[in-house]
Design a protein around this ligand. Structure first.
Ligand code: G6P
Length: 610
């Protein structure tokens, strides 16, 4: 997803812009560019490829020394990755960077062509730049031009703009795409996300929709779209630079997997009071949870897979039917939402466009919405009726790990609270599970982390595979789906997750000599059945990696080539260390293949377009 940085101050802007863009690389990009105000001119350098390509080009150009500039990393949506399509997009009068999608760009283009404008790129952004140009030429006033442009443009945007004649000022405005603003003695900044400004500021404003920011070296002003001054809330950054960097690990992903015990602790502790789940800190009345007849969990990717674990545990404990939905499907298929339904939106970033749209659709249907989100103040968090924050800290690797674990942890707490409210669980049992969650999950995950060397050895046996299967039943199937996604997204090995009992209805025809099958067994009452499934694939030549709960190892004769034993923990909590083991397996396979673990090809961390 595109990344934006802007700086205006007394230092040279290029190093600050490049450094800022580097911290946004995790968002995924295919080209980059900067515009710097230099002696009355706006000088722009853009390049397809990585930031190093842009730096090379900058070095070959005459040095850009100006102290006001904007930079961008582009993740192509309209038009292929190319120098021309990269941002900033410039006109005779301005330079503009954009994150989002302008839906009515064709209409805008037609209108602009009528006014004599021509276009060089295929991007929706260039249409926005030229629209602003036309409006600016008319009024000579940047704020007025922006205000009028927002009335014409439909779609999502975070814009950073520098106008000729106002070369020490950055203007910013946003709708549906994130943008933050910071200001201090060093000057002013805009950015798509906190890591880009962490080095410079400990506080920031998350720009509200419909607010224009005007940022210069010495001042910061906000106004609404009628150009009336408004205030924005100053927020403090409680992430330090180390947290947002790799902290000695070779990749963000492995660092973030190691942060799971702490993240789970941080997320659970404040929500367990007198031994029972309590959402006072989130201003959520637990009794409200008893008023819902059914639940829809709506999310994308890994967050949706955490929803599958949530469904298993909520249905098991609270006996409330749960429907897990892919957000991009939910929003378009006119889902049946009834008055007493609850929609839970899961999202690490809180900015995923499909999840946000599903939230808005649910609200429009008059249904209560509860968000479980990691990024504080993000769009999903702000728009939902209630929000539970997962305090996992920044997650930089594209492949989500710790965010998944904490989403599962919160869904467990919700399940217990609902089960209590529905009288499906008595207080003593609820207390017991909460106590176990606090006492045992972090330590079992810590133990799972110590298996890393053994998991590495197993990974060496899988690196050459072209296809791979994960099987399990019940909650093990839910875990398999995520394990499979984790492997395919970062190792590029084709993998599929199958409910162990379903394999024989078709997919078993793909099992031939040496095809790896990772078989999960943590659920005792279906273990025997899963073992039958394992026998079926083993007898057809599969290379079986068993991932088995310690308590089940001796009980069943599991035919396998390798075994990873999940640290001992009460069965109901086994998904936590099991998920960590699966994440480590995917990580090691990807790292062994020498792939870009943190930034897999074609993927973006935060998908803010449909
Ligand atoms: C992208 C990421 C996934 C993530 C999904 C949902 O596809 O690559 O890792 O699970 O978006 O993101 P969210 O921020 O809503 O959890």
């Amino acid at each position: 997803m595109c990344g934006i940085i802007g700086y205006t101050g007394s230092k040279k802007s290029v190093p600050i812009l490049i450094e800022g863009l580097r911290t946004l690389e995790y968002r995924g990009y295919d080209s980059a560019g900067v515009t710097v105000a230099e002696g009355g001119c706006l000088s722009t350098v853009k390049s397809k490829g990585r930031l190093t390509d842009l730096e090379g080009k900058l070095k070959r150009n005459a040095e850009l020394t100006g102290s006001c500039g904007i930079g961008h990393t582009r993740w192509a949506t309209h038009g292929e990755p190319s120098d021309t399509n990269s941002h900033p997009h410039t006109t005779d009068n301005l330079a503009l960077v954009h994150n989002g999608i302008i839906e009515n760009y064709a209409e805008i283009e037609e209108m602009l062509r009528g006014a004599g404008y021509a276009f060089v790129s295929e991007t929706d952004t260039e249409r926005a730049a030229k629209l602003l140009d036309m409006l600016f030429v008319k009024s000579g006033d940047p704020l007025d031009a922006i205000r009028r442009a927002t009335k014409v443009i439909r779609g999502s945007y975070a814009f950073g703009i520098i106008f000729k004649g106002y070369e020490d000022v950055i203007y910013a405005v946003r709708k549906d795409s994130p943008l933050i603003v910071a200001h201090n003695d060093e000057g002013g900044f805009i950015a798509s996300d906190i890591p880009a400004i962490l080095k410079h500021s400990t506080s920031y404003y998350r720009l509200d929709e419909g607010v224009i920011a005007k940022i210069s070296k010495s001042s910061l002003e906000f106004c609404d779209l009628s150009l009336t001054p408004v205030e924005q809330k100053l927020e403090t950054i409680d992430w330090n630079i180390e947290q947002a960097q790799k902290g000695g690990y070779p990749h963000f992903m492995i660092k973030e997997i190691h942060e799971e015990p702490e993240a789970i602790r941080k997320t659970l502790e404040p929500r367990i009071k007198d031994g029972l789940p309590h959402f006072g800190i989130d201003a959520l009345d637990g009794d409200l949870l008893s008023s819902f007849d059914s639940i829809h969990i709506v999310a994308c990717g890994t967050a949706m897979h955490a929803g599958l674990v949530g469904k298993a545990i909520i249905e098991k404990l609270a006996r409330v039917p749960v429907n897990v939905e892919i957000a991009s499907e939910f929003r378009y298929r006119d889902p049946i939402l009834r008055k007493n339904d609850l929609v839970i939106l899961l999202s690490q970033s809180g900015e995923t466009a499909d999840t946000l749209a599903a939230l808005r659709h649910s609200k429009a249907c008059g249904v209560y919405t509860l968000a479980i989100v990691n990024v504080i103040g993000s769009s999903v968090a702000r728009e939902a009726d209630s929000v539970l924050y997962t305090w996992a800290g920044p997650e930089i690797a594209v492949a989500s790990t710790k965010a998944y674990s904490v989403q599962c942890a919160l869904l467990y707490l919700l399940a217990i609270r609902m089960a209590l409210a529905n009288h499906k669980l008595d207080e003593a049992n609820a207390r017991h599970i909460c106590d176990m969650m606090l006492q045992k999950i972090p330590s079992a995950v810590e133990k799972a982390l110590t298996l890393s060397d053994k998991i590495y050895d197993v990974a060496t046996m899988l690196v050459a595979a072209e296809h791979l299967f994960y099987i399990g039943r019940d909650i093990d199937y839910a875990l398999s789906v995520e394990a499979s996604l984790k492997l395919k997204e970062i190792s590029y090995i084709h993998s599929e997750a199958y409910a162990a009992g379903e394999l024989k209805h078709g997919t078993i025809s793909l099992i031939t000599d040496g095809i790896p099958v990772v078989a999960l067994t943590t659920v005792s009452n279906v273990c025997e059945k899963t073992v039958s499934g394992i026998r079926e694939v083993k007898s057809r030549g599969a290379y079986v990696v068993s991932v088995c709960a310690e308590s089940l190892v001796g009980k069943y004769d599991i035919p396998c080539d390798e075994m990873l034993v999940i640290p001992d923990i009460d069965e109901i909590l086994a998904p936590f260390p099991a998920a960590t083991v699966m994440q480590l397996l995917a990580y090691h396979v990807s790292a062994l293949k020498g792939l870009d673990v943190d930034k897999p090809r074609n993927l973006a961390k935060s998908v803010t377009v449909e």
